[in-house]
Design a binder for this molecule. Structure first.
Ligand SMILES: Cc1ncc(COP(=O)(O)O)c(C=O)c1O
Length: 370
């Protein structure tokens, strides 16, 4: 089987380092919010070039805490791309606000700035672009439209570790950038984890309180908070992996280059090679997806669908009264996209194996058409 992700490969390679890190934490006597988390927050902030970073329990919690810290409330609206992980919209609902969907650009499948203005209402407070698949959203135009309407930007960088826009790390264009450390991500923990980054000291302080029951230094709850802390074991692992993140993203880019080299000119639609793309996923598009998926299954190649259903077609969002046809670019993409195996430990032979299935598929589709 050629997998889309296999955490055992990295673990076997670096087992001694990981076990040392676990040992260090377990012997320190502090398991939650200690030195490892503090150090990782500093190192991660430095990596993305933000002033502050606050470790939390997951990427979803990073978004929920960011929305809460900015005071989003019942009745407020947040612009969310129609094509993203359900977590993006779920976080908006968790604070009582309402997502308003925006179609995506056909090239990058990220929020289309041209579709933003027509979605803004008097209740809109916030724009929440997603750096989907590791491709940077069009932050220049999005920042401009946010400034024009006095809106706040929160960036969903769950898939964007190592992603840059105009040579600047994503997560630093809006008020808060939110990252996930779910194991499959470009920077993945051995469980759940997340991070908010910001350049605003007061916001960072508020996020720290929100993640720990709203408590101040005297352990008095000043605001309504929750429990959303990054634990020391995950922080220690993430520190090790952060040191290798650039190399891991380089390897993803190399795999993307190999796919591109072998598949350009074959008729398969490849992802736009936008500068700063970190290739969390390498997503191709084919009008005959069911056949390709069957071929992948028969030849033991795993694939992903990120995502097969746009948010406005999910029952959870029926409340917004959308129909098929409302966000045509996202809808077409959902019918055609396939994520190929793309993770740093994938071997050259495996990349070739994936390419050979794709070339066979394209040959047989061509033969059928002629
Ligand atoms: C775009 C996006 N946003 C948010 C999340 C939520 O992150 P987590 O799974 O860490 O809660 C994910 C994770 O799948 C994601 O891909």
């Amino acid at each position: 089987m050629i997998p889309t992700f296999d955490p055992t490969r990295d673990y076997e390679l670096r087992r001694a380092e990981y076990l040392d890190a676990f040992d260090r934490v377990l012997r320190s006597g502090t398991l939650v919010l200690g030195r490892e988390t503090e150090a990782f927050e500093c190192e991660f902030a430095e990596y993305v070039r933000a002033r502050f970073a606050v470790g939390v329990n997951s990427g979803t919690d990073a978004l929920i805490l960011a929305l809460s810290a900015l005071g989003l409330d019942i009745g407020d609206e947040v612009l969310v791309p129609a094509l993203t992980a359900p977590a993006t919209a779920a976080a908006v609902r968790a604070v009582g606000a309402m997502p308003r969907f925006v179609d995506v650009c056909p090239q990058t499948l990220t929020m289309d700035p041209k579709c933003v203005e027509s979605t803004i209402t008097s209740r809109t407070q916030c724009i929440l672009p997603v750096h989907l698949h590791g491709a940077p959203a069009a932050m220049g135009p999005l920042v401009d439209v946010a400034a024009k309407y006095g809106l706040t930007i929160i960036e969903d960088c769950a898939q964007g570790h190592g992603t840059t826009y105009d040579e600047r790390h994503v997560g630093t264009f809006g008020r808060i950038g939110c990252f996930s450390f779910y194991p499959t991500k470009n920077l993945g923990a051995f469980g759940d984890g997340g991070m908010c980054v910001t350049n605003d000291r007061q916001l960072a302080e508020r996020l720290r309180r929100l993640r720990c029951y709203g408590l101040d230094e005297r352990r008095v709850a000043q605001i309504d908070g929750r429990n959303s802390r990054l634990d020391e074991l995950q922080a220690a692992i993430l520190r090790l992996k952060l040191g290798r993140l650039d190399a891991a993203v380089d390897r993803r880019r190399e795999i993307a280059r190999r796919y591109r080299e072998s598949l350009t000119g074959t008729g398969l639609q490849l992802p736009d090679d936008v500068p700063g793309h970190a290739y969390h996923q390498f997503v191709v598009r084919t009008p005959d997806r069911p056949t390709l998926l069957r071929e992948f299954q028969d030849r033991h190649v795993q694939y992903g669908l990120h995502y097969a259903t746009p948010l406005h077609c999910m029952p959870a969002y029926e409340i917004l009264c959308h129909y098929r046809g409302d966000f045509p670019v996202a809808e077409l993409a959902c019918d055609q996209i396939v994520s190929l195996p793309c993770f740093p430990e994938l071997s050259e032979k495996e990349v070739e194996g994936v390419v050979s299935v794709l070339l066979g598929h394209l040959d047989s589709s061509r033969a059928l058409r002629t």
